[in-house]
Design a protein. Structure first.
Lengths: 319, 319
């Protein structure tokens, strides 16, 4: 297949390009992002890389010029930025998605083009009040503009799929853990930080109580979800084209005990508790666990344990 | 208050303007539609009427020039037209709503303007599979582009309310019955037709079985819902700014028996059964009944009985 990745320079986009190249899914690749992505090492098929702002009219048409069989739409600005800059958030996260789907619709009308579209949505489509375990048919009540934009994208994807312009699926990815790289200022940063920094011999700050519970997947699982979504038959989805992906429901205490089992007390001693009421207030509105039976029935598989997430991070950073 | 009605030339818009004028809610009125609306008879306050296409940039700014305290946004194209003409549907039902909310946002940023916005949503935000009684926290899975556009409008209204640009509420109105006027080609037309035509001494066609159940409100109740939504405190809504309005859950058989009690066997004899599999297939996907406790708690009140709907229609058409 010819695969197009929009948002190919991001952490998941790069892994996805590598996986498509090495697992034999892709015959050719088109990689697009706001900064020009790099082609995956060792891939011998044709690769096009391009820097483009998909919220500019015409950019989606250019990205679709090779009529990719599968389009991975990962391009977005993150929650904090979408909240700080409302116009940019709606432009990048909603308008660019609509321009993409409309470019596909026009190609469908002209020549019957009907690609698979794999859209990364977010747990941020859910907002309080939330039950402890969130069912697959939970109403979407986003508590952020980012979540609103993702929920609107889900609706558009479902409508365009229903009308036959494309064959779409939206994946609400769990929080990625352990996220590689440097600490960042995301409110969720500590979930990865309290594992990643101690494993690198550095102090990590924990701003919330040990009892905080959240929903996690490894970077590898997130990549596998995207690949799986490109391969499976979507006939069973009906009108509900977006799914919460399987994950691990774990507390901060569960994280710390996994770190202790894998890396010992010395690593755990590098976690410094520094309660931050502002971060605590944000995190309290986040979901804790999901009933993902629809995704499980379709063959999406969660990580085995939080220990496995820690071990995977060690293997990837030290391999 | 100064009230603005967008969609003021429609059946509900005209009733709403009359009610605002006669019940003393409005000090002044701005009435906008694609065709110029008529001012309500007997109203002595200032009235501005204007024909405008709200999907054209600048039209919303012009409509807001008097900084109305309450904005009733009823303007939309109907389900059948939005399905037949995708671009027009998204332009009128989504883009015009966004242009309106963005015009309010800009006035908020410039001068702290923060009006009440009453948005008419639709039961079409719900799609199959549906339970017999639909709870308030049912996920939105529209089965039409119209329902998709309304669901996207609900999300935008909620986000802009959360951010404090406006104080919004979305009302999912029940199917209006008895809808006055001539028969039309809407798939739902028969629900009113089998009452309205026999009361006028004319034959009515019934394309579905007597067992079909649906959710109804009188034109008077729909108008009262809009007025009530403009008056009440919305602090209790939280993130969930859109509500299903109370209604009567009735079968076609219930309708027929109400007609018989009010107008006798001769009226019922004018109903001609002519099963139409196409209409039946559409109607089968529609909701049957709702648990509307959130709206009831806020003081929205359903009609008393289907007999009352029939009697109201007689009173209004013969008064």
């Amino acid at each position: 297949m010819h695969a197009l990745i929009l948002g190919a320079a991001g952490m998941i986009g790069r892994r996805l390009a590598d996986a498509l190249a090495t697992q034999g899914d892709a015959r050719s690749l088109t990689l697009v992002d706001v900064v020009e992505p790099t082609a995956p090492a060792g891939f011998t098929g044709p690769v096009v890389t391009a820097a483009a702002d998909l919220s500019v009219p015409g950019a989606a048409e250019a990205a679709l010029i090779g009529r990719p069989d599968v389009i991975f739409h990962l391009a977005a600005i993150v929650s904090g930025e979408a909240e700080a800059d409302l116009e940019k958030g709606y432009r990048v996260n909603l308008d660019a998605t609509r321009l993409l789907l409309d470019a596909i619709r026009n190609a469908h009308a002209a020549e019957g083009y009907r690609p698979r579209v794999v859209f990364t949505s977010s747990l941020a489509v859910f907002g309080p009040p939330l039950p402890g375990v969130i069912p697959d048919d939970m109403i979407l009540t986003p508590a952020t503009s980012y979540g609103t934009q993702k929920a609107m994208g889900e609706l558009l994807l479902a409508d365009y799929s229903r009308r036959g312009f494309l064959d779409g699926i939206g994946l609400r990815l769990p929080t990625i853990c352990v996220r590689p790289g440097k600490p960042n200022k995301a409110a969720s940063g500590f979930f990865s930080g309290i594992i990643r920094e101690p494993l690198a011999g550095q102090e990590a700050v924990l701003p919330v109580p040990d009892t905080v519970r959240h929903w996690f997947a490894s970077p590898r699982s997130a990549t596998e979800y995207l690949l799986h979504a490109a391969r499976i038959d979507l006939g069973a989805l009906g009108l509900r084209r977006s799914l919460t992906m399987p994950g691990l429901s774990a507390t901060v205490a569960d994280e710390i005990e996994a770190l202790r089992r894998v890396a010992g007390d010395a690593a755990v001693a590098l976690i410094r508790r520094a309660p931050d009421p502002a971060i605590q207030a944000i995190v309290e509105t986040w979901p804790e666990a999901f009933d993902t039976r629809r995704a499980l029935d379709l063959g999406f598989k969660a990580d085995a344990s939080f220990d496995a997430l820690v071990e995977l991070h060690i293997a990837e950073t030290q391999g």
